[in-house]
Design a protein around this ligand. Structure first.
Ligand code: ATP
Length: 642
């Protein structure tokens, strides 16, 4: 969830600590200045010869302070202010007062020699011209405290760097002293999110449920007068990109109450107790502003079930204590305190059951991948800001994108606009959308990839194999385009128009296995040898065959038994015996082998069509549905249901 820090929500971000940088600089400068004796009226440094020749000889010395038996500080008589020689040192630098002195300093070397020399010179002086010499002991505070200050200074800097690197400060410019504070962003009336329910397309049921919460906060009496209680929590569950965060943003935009937003991972720190104290702080702030909403995105980061696979996943005390604190806060004494917690996750199976029980997250909203009408609506939302030509219609695009999430659709629209801009078009055209779709599904074209003519031939026959088998089997999605232009990691690709199914039967599954093995079968028939190009196909086939046998109960020998575990837990031990494991392996192998043989039979029967299609692919690189129809006949007439 995007965060918009501003002056209002900054109060929630851990306060920006005092600008330490400036403090350091100030301290250093003042210490240096203080250490300079007589900074404002700095005395002039001279040597004995100069002193004797120019100062003593003029009888200008008022007094001499011998500091620490090392330095002589010379004070000049004020009456010499107009003497050109002393003008510089006696004239004030600031203001009108005369420099009080010392005016000159020099190093005396040895005290005995100095005393002797002075005595010598003064022999010729009259009694009242004799110089007053005082001996003073002085300590320089700066040098005294320096050995103390430097280590403290270094420790402070190291501590600050450490805090920054470890995120101890809680991010967002936090200072080291408030890492227990919540890092949530607050959206209030003045800075509320500008996303509304109109920006969320489809998801009608989810919107309805969520809207009720917003209504509840706006006017609780409608509900409470009948004795209903405010729901405490709503958890939105769904695959990635289905609009969970968007829905929460819309709530923030529509609800007239403060909205605290943060991600579950923001609670998790390497320091024990930080997470729990952040939860406490968050709820405290939310309660102060009640009625209010707290939104925790990716709640699985903190709400993962306690004690599960602690050994494997490294589940730690810190996360558990954070979760415990969350449970306590949600179930606290202050019921009806007017704080509603919204949470989003795509791993509901991972969550601790205590979190999901009524009283905490009473409402569960399940989002699914959008159906045709929903995709159409989502396309409409994302096409709105684009300049598109008339031929682009959301019906066509929605039909091309079964299985796509809202985020995928937003991505296609943006990609299409980028492609059109790259082609210097005035408007985004239908072709740009088709190209964007292909790019997203199969990756960008890599025409520069060097492929030898022999390899190209193998790829053409491989792709033609997939296309022919898919064209001839009724239960497989119809191919609409076959290409041997390398894209992303693949060397060739076939595009299908997937039909939406909620359920699939055994023949649909076996036909899909057959179509996926069509590429390898074609290679074997044509070249008498097989290549590594079928890796992706084989991976897909193996996974699918295992799910058929071990999960869906499609296999006679295994029977109607499923070893699927919806809680997502994977233990050390397999849920079946070794003997059953062996049967599963054998049955999977038989299933795949049968599918392969069927694909081979089908291709052998249509060897001529396979050859024509492969040659056409070699020639044109891209073959469309119309060409397939010409070579293989109309699909509705030739496709067989096995
Ligand atoms: P994740 O679980 O990965 O965090 P999510 O479900 O929170 O994903 P969002 O961040 O809400 O997904 O969606 C990503 C983007 O997809 C949104 O910013 C929006 O552009 C688009 N989108 C998703 N669903 C919809 C929808 N129903 N209507 C309009 N746009 C949508």
């Amino acid at each position: 969830m995007e965060k918009v820090p501003n002056k209002d929500n900054l109060q929630l971000l851990p306060e920006r600590g005092f600008r330490f940088g400036w403090l350091y600089i100030l301290i250093i400068i003042s210490l240096i200045l203080l250490s300079i004796p007589g900074f404002y009226f700095s005395p002039k440094e001279i040597n004995w010869q100069e002193f004797e020749k120019n100062i003593l000889s003029r009888h200008a010395v008022e007094k001499i302070d011998v500091v620490n038996n090392e330095i002589a500080e010379v004070y000049i008589k004020k009456i010499f202010v107009n003497d050109v020689y002393f003008k510089d040192v006696l004239q004030p630098k600031f203001g009108k007062e005369l420099n009080p002195g010392p005016h000159y300093i020099f190093n005396i070397g040895s005290i005995e020699i100095f005393e002797r020399k002075i005595e010598e010179v003064q022999k010729t002086f009259s009694e009242n011209e004799k110089i007053n010499i005082t001996y003073v002991k002085r300590t320089n505070i700066f040098y005294e405290i320096l050995p103390w200050i430097i280590p403290i200074f270094l420790i402070l800097i190291m501590f600050k760097l450490f805090a920054q690197n470890t995120g101890l400060g809680g991010g967002g410019g936090a200072s080291i002293f408030n890492f227990g504070r919540s890092t949530a962003t607050l959206f209030e009336k003045e800075n509320k999110s500008n996303i509304t329910f109109n920006d969320v397309a489809g998801l009608e049921e989810a919107k309805q449920e969520i809207k009720e919460i917003v209504d509840f906060l706006k006017d609780p009496t409608t509900y409470t007068k009948l004795g209903a209680k405010i729901p405490k929590g709503v958890i939105i569950v769904g695959p990635p990109g289905t609009g969970k965060t968007l829905l929460a943003k819309a709530v923030a935009g529509e609800a007239q109450v403060p909205f605290f937003s943060l991600s579950g991972s923001e609670f998790v720190e390497m320091f024990v107790g930080v997470g729990a104290s952040r939860v406490r702080d968050l709820f405290k702030k939310a309660k102060e502003k009640a009625p209010s909403i707290i939104f925790i995105d990716e709640i699985d980061a903190v709400g993962r079930s306690r004690g599960r696979n602690a050994f494997l996943t490294g589940a730690n005390d810190e996360r558990e204590s954070t979760l415990n604190q969350l449970l306590t806060e949600m179930d606290g004494f202050g019921t009806n305190s007017g704080v509603i917690v919204l949470a989003a996750t795509n791993r509901a199976d991972m969550l601790d059951s205590a979190l999901l029980r009524p009283g905490r997250f009473d409402r569960h909203i399940y989002l699914e991948l959008p159906n045709f009408n929903e995709r159409k609506a989502i396309f409409k939302v994302h096409l709105k800001p684009l300049i598109i030509e008339n031929a682009v219609d959301s019906d066509f695009l929605a039909a091309q994108t079964p299985g796509f999430s809202g985020a995928d659709i937003a991505n296609i629209c943006n990609e299409a606009a980028l492609i059109a801009a790259r082609r210097k078009k005035e408007k985004v055209e239908k072709q740009d959308f088709i190209d964007a779709l292909e790019r997203i599904v199969a990756g960008a074209e890599k025409k520069s990839k060097i492929i030898s003519p022999d390899e190209k031939k193998i790829i053409a026959y491989h792709e033609a194999g997939h296309a022919v088998v898919s064209w001839l089997l009724k239960n497989v999605d119809p191919p609409v385009k076959v290409s041997i232009v390398p894209r992303g990691k693949s060397l060739g690709a076939a595009w299908y128009l997937p039909e939406e199914h909620q359920l699939r039967n055994t023949s649909q599954f076996t036909d899909m296995l057959c179509a996926a093995l069509g590429g390898r079968a074609s290679e074997e028939i044509t070249f008498g040898d097989i290549t590594s190009g079928a890796l992706d196909d084989l991976e897909k086939v193996t996974k699918q065959a295992y799910t058929m046998v071990a999960f869906y109960g499609f296999n006679k020998k295994i029977g109607n038994i499923s070893y699927y575990n919806s809680s997502g837990e994977t233990g050390f031990q397999k849920p079946y015996s070794e003997e059953t494991g062996k049967i599963i392996d054998d049955e999977v192998r038989i299933l795949v082998e049968n599918a392969y043989q069927q694909a081979k039979q089908l291709l052998l029967k249509n060897k001529d069509s396979l050859k024509t299609l492969a040659e056409l692919l070699l020639q044109k690189e891209v073959v469309l549905k119309e060409d397939l129809e010409k070579i293989l006949g109309k699909r509705s007439e030739v496709a067989i249901a096995k």
